[in-house]
Design a protein around this ligand. Structure first.
Ligand code: OMP
Length: 239
């Protein structure tokens, strides 16, 4: 896989029309993320449109509920034949287990490949200070993230979502077969906005990320194609 193929662009737009306009404007992007805003607005229509363009899909619905509900949602999502699907680690061990089984069942119902199920360890918009003072988690942030990733791995999930700042530690502990997907990536020239634990694309890949999720630095740029080009050029510098 060349470095460009490791970029997933987040389609955080309000409706299917703006989504497809962006997808067609960036034909070189092969992997798109459909998240809460777009899926709530468009439903599965956007998935069909992406598939008809031979795109890979990260369906990022961040499920977080009791095991029975999460399992039902995962079965439904897996029927679409998407490539990646997210669940919050905070849903707990039983919900994670139910989710891993449910994606297999759902995919089999429509005869598609099951998605890789990945756990959100801790949102990249949360800082160490917020973890301690707002969420009242007594662990240090890197330790908390490691615990969430290890629980997901023990239960049988395919990988985890973490910020680029934690990816080195997770790669060393969870091994090479555990998929590590990193949002919160920011080139030096882009605004961090609400991302609290970011690194540059090259740093994130060097640290061991399998995929980078990048939204606004590309999609909100005055020239998204130019932003993509700058990021892919930055990635060619990674050994
Ligand atoms: O699951 C995700 O993709 C995700 C997890 C996380 O911890 N942080 C995070 O930012 N994301 C998503 O990654 C994307 C980041 O977008 P930008 O901040 O615009 O690059 C958004 O679509 C978020 O929903």
């Amino acid at each position: 896989m060349n470095a460009e193929q490791q970029i997933i662009v987040a389609l955080d737009v309000p409706d299917v029309e703006s989504a497809i306009a962006l997808v067609d404007r960036l034909p070189q992007v092969g992997f798109w993320k459909v998240g809460l805003e777009l899926f709530t607005s468009s439903g599965p229509t956007i998935l069909e449109l992406l598939k008809s363009r031979q795109k890979r899909i990260f369906l990022d619905l961040k499920f977080d509920d009791i095991p029975n509900t999460v399992a039902g949602a995962c079965r439904a999502a897996a029927r679409y034949g998407v490539d990646l699907l997210t669940i919050h680690a905070t849903a707990g061990r039983d919900a994670l287990k139910a989710a891993t089984e449910a994606v297999q069942v759902g995919a089999a119902q429509t005869g598609v490949k099951p998605p890789k199920l990945i756990a959100i360890t801790l949102l990249t918009s949360i800082s160490s200070r917020q973890l301690a003072f707002d969420l009242k988690i007594p662990l240090e942030l890197p330790e908390y993230i490691l615990e969430m990733a290890l629980m997901a791995q023990e239960v049988g999930l395919d990988g985890a979502v973490c910020s680029p700042q934690e990816v080195l530690q997770l790669r060393q502990t969870c091994g090479n077969d555990f998929l590590l997907v990193c949002p919160g990536v920011r080139p030096t020239w882009a605004d961090k906005v609400d991302q609290k634990r970011s690194l540059t694309p090259a740093q994130a890949i060097q640290a061991g990320a399998d995929y980078l999720v990048i939204g606004r630095p590309i999609t909100a740029a005055a020239e998204p194609n130019l932003a993509w080009k700058r990021i892919s050029e930055e990635l060619t510098t990674v050994a």
